[in-house]
Design a protein around this ligand. Structure first.
Ligand code: HEC
Length: 251
C-alpha cells in the first residue's frame, strides 16, 4: 500500500500540473488568467504534495525511517521470495528481541541493564544435548566450519536437498594453520591445546556457538544453534574440530 501511494500521488500531481498548465495557457489568452489559475491550484493541490513529500523525501527521514523505507518499501529486496525455513524474505527482516535491543544501542556503549537483559534472553534459547556436551567427529566439524552453504536466497537459492548448511566459521575466524580464515572474530587456532578440555571450557564453546550473546551481548557472531542453522550434533562435531588433539586446529 505504502509502495503504491507515492506513485499514485506522483501521477495525481502530474495530472494536476498538466491540467493547471493547460488551464493557465487557455485562460492566459483569454481575459482573466490570475483569477482562474490560483483558483484551480488550491482546490486540488494541497493533499497530494503533502503525501509525496512525506513518503519519498529521503532528506526528511531519520536514518531509521530511511532504512525501513529502503528495506520494506523501495523494492530493493524481494520480500516475497521463499526461504528455506518455509517463510518469506519479509519474515527474515523482522527483528527478534535481541536484535531490537542491540539495534537501539547501535554505536553506543551498551548499558549494564541492557547487557544483562540480552544475556538472559540468549541463555534462555540454549538447549543442551541429553547426556551432556560431548565431542563429535572433528572431520565432519571441519567440513561444517569451512562451509558457508545454506539459507542463501535471491537469484540462486541454496537447495538444502543438495547440500548441508554449514557454520560459516571460516569467514570470521582463523581456525587452523592449514587454511586461511577471516579476522572479524578472534583466532581459534590451537583452541583445545591452549584452553584444555575441562567441562566448563566445553560448555563455554558450546554456548558461544549456540548463542554467543550469552557471553558477548550484541556480538557480530551469528546464533548458529538458536537460529537453527546447526543442530546439537553438528555443534558437537565443530567442538571436536576445536578441541580434539588430532584436529588440525591443534596441530
Ligand atoms: C560473522 C562473524 C562470525 C562468524 C560467522 C562466526 N563467529 Fe565466532 N566470533 C565472532 C566474533 C566477532 C567473536 C568475538 C566475540 C565478540 O567480542 O563479539 C567470536 C567469538 C567466538 C568464540 C570465542 C572465542 C574466545 O576467544 O573465547 C568462539 C569459540 C567462536 N567464535 C567460534 C565460532 C564458530 C565455531 C563458528 C562457526 C560455527 C563461528 N564462531 C562463526 C564472529 C563470528
Amino acid at each position: 500500500m505504502f509502495k503504491k501511494t507515492p506513485i499514485a500521488a506522483v501521477a495525481a500531481v502530474s495530472l494536476l500540473l498538466i491540467a493547471g498548465g493547460c488551464a493557465a495557457t487557455n485562460t492566459g489568452k483569454s481575459v482573466a488568467p490570475q483569477a482562474t489559475a490560483p483558483a484551480a491550484a488550491p482546490a486540488a493541490a494541497p493533499a497530494a504534495p503533502a503525501v509525496v513529500a512525506k513518503k519519498v523525501d529521503y532528506t526528511a527521514m531519520s536514518p531509521a525511517e530511511l532504512a525501513e523505507y529502503l528495506i520494506f518499501e523501495a523494492e530493493g529486496y524481494d520480500l516475497k521470495q521463499p526461504t528455506q525455513e518455509g517463510t518469506t524474505g519479509r519474515a527474515r527482516l523482522v527483528q527478534d528481541e535481541i536484535q531490537k535491543a542491540c539495534s537501539l544501542g547501535k554505536g553506543k556503549e551498551i548499558d549494564d541493564k541492557s547487557r544483562e537483559k540480552i544475556m538472559a534472553l540468549a541463555a534462555s534459547t540454549i538447549k543442551y544435548p541429553e547426556g551432556g556436551i560431548k565431542l563429535g567427529d572433528w572431520k565432519k566439524g571441519r567440513e561444517l566450519a569451512w562451509s558457508g552453504y545454506g539459507y542463501r536466497t535471491a537469484h540462486n537459492p541454496d537447495n538444502h536437498a543438495k547440500g548441508t548448511p554449514g557454520g560459516n566459521c571460516y569467514n570470521c575466524h582463523q581456525i587452523a594453520t592449514d587454511r586461511t580464515g577471516g579476522d572479524i572474530g578472534p583466532s581459534l587456532t590451537g583452541f583445545g591445546k591452549i584452553r584444555g578440555m575441562d567441562p566448563d571450557t566445553l560448555k563455554y564453546a558450546y554456548d558461544v556457538i549456540y548463542n554467543p550473546h550469552v557471553y558477548f551481548a550484541c556480538t557480530n557472531m551469528p546464533r548458529m544453534g538458536a537460529s537453527g542453522v546447526l543442530s546439537q550434533a553438528q555443534i558437537a562435531d565443530i567442538l571436536a574440530y576445536l578441541f580434539d588433539p588430532n584436529s588440525p586446529v591443534n596441530k
